[in-house]
Design a protein around this ligand. Structure first.
Ligand code: UT7
Length: 323
């Protein structure tokens, strides 16, 4: 059977760093509160005029370089973002143009913080269907642009960045020993719209709107949904948690990540944690964490990596990958 094998990874973070101390000068908060409740110490914020497509393009270029491929090799770009440059066209098309691609196809996926998992599953299905051989999957966000900087309950949590993977079709045996994406699982439940949303949009208010979140409620659902999807993932491929080499979770809150790892019985040294220095970068958080753990040699070829995320919608999902 055809498998989507990860052959490259790259990321990009804007230069400007915003610390908790900086935030304490802007809203009524403290470093202690932010660290204790979320685990975040600092985050990156895009420069004025630096767009989601700029971050995405840099991550895609780094991933292609890491794969030893060029834009001519790419058939498909799937870009996950909730902060596109414009309402249309897709930010993915700007990245396609920026890479110098004149063939193939590119589109955006919108599943907020679960976006990268949705994009990965989408690209995997195109590859398995034989409609693309090489795909770039990107998560890129400029969440700083949709934050209400007077709302201390949200503005201390979210941030900007981009990460990308290059996938390539390779023949596998159809067993768990194959390299590539072994299984993906996606879920959504629109009943929870009001717990995490942006209060604007082209059809409703004709404005961009700002992020609104009932954090405590989202937290409660995240813990349950992530535990469920992780269980579902392992059972789909008849694997147990001790066969996972790395958990690379969506980086929203250290307490949620610790809870998921604890339920799996995974020690913290098998969990990739970047929320402390990246904040919550929504769809970019999983590929940013992957890029860091690949870059420093933690994730090695042949290892089993579990990716999971949960976000607005609600949406949630997972992907199990043999690297
Ligand atoms: O990425 C998509 C998914 N998103 C998530 O998974 C986020 C999930 N939620 C969370 O991570 C946590 O719920 C938060 C970090 C957002 C909040 O932590 P919490 O332990 O649930 O705190 P809380 O919302 O219950 O707030 C506790 C107190 C409140 O004061 P009162 O009502 O108890 O007097 C808040 O007003 O902390 C107050 N508070 C703050 N204090 C200082 C809220 N924000 C701040 C702040 N600084 N920035």
């Amino acid at each position: 059977m055809i498998r989507s094998v990860v052959v490259g990874c790259g990321s990009y973070l804007p230069e400007r760093i915003l610390t908790n101390a900086d935030l304490a000068k802007m809203v009524d908060t403290t470093d202690e509160w932010i660290v204790e409740r979320s685990g975040i110490k600092q985050r990156h914020i895009a420069a004025e005029g630096e767009l989601t497509s700029d971050l995405a393009l840099k991550a895609a270029q780094a991933a292609l370089k890491n794969a030893g491929l060029t834009a001519d090799d790419v058939d498909l770009i799937v870009l996950a973002t909730a902060t596109p440059d414009e309402t249309f066209p897709a930010t993915a098309c700007r990245v396609q143009h920026g890479l110098g691609m004149t063939r193939g196809f590119a589109f955006d996926v919108q599943a907020v913080c679960s976006g990268f998992i949705y994009a990965l599953a989408t690209a995997d299905n195109f590859i398995k269907a034989g409609q693309a051989k090489t795909a770039i999957v990107i998560g890129a966000e400029t969440f700083s642009r949709i934050l209400d900087w007077n709302d201390r309950t949200t503005c201390v949590l979210f941030a900007d960045g981009a990460g990308a993977l290059v996938l390539q079709a390779q023949e596998g045996e159809g067993t768990n020993d194959d390299r590539g994406i072994l299984t993906t699982h996606l879920h959504s439940d629109g009943r929870h719209h009001d717990l995490l949303y942006v209060d604007g949009g082209p059809s409703s208010t004709q404005t961009t709107g700002k992020l609104r979140m009932l954090g405590k409620e989202v937290f409660r659902h995240a813990v349950v949904n992530l535990a469920d999807v992780v269980k579902e993932t392992l059972s789909a491929v008849n694997m147990t948690a001790d066969q996972i080499d790395w958990l690379v979770p969506h980086q929203a809150n250290k307490r949620i990540i610790d809870g998921t790892a604890r339920k799996l019985g995974l020690s913290t040294d098998r969990v990739v944690l970047t929320v402390d220095h990246h904040g919550n970068t929504s769809a970019a958080s999983v590929p940013l964490a992957l890029a860091e753990a690949i870059g420093d040699g933690r994730i090695q070829k042949g290892q089993v990596v579990l990716l999971e995320a949960m976000g607005g919608g609600f949406t949630w999902g997972s992907a199990l990958v043999r690297w």
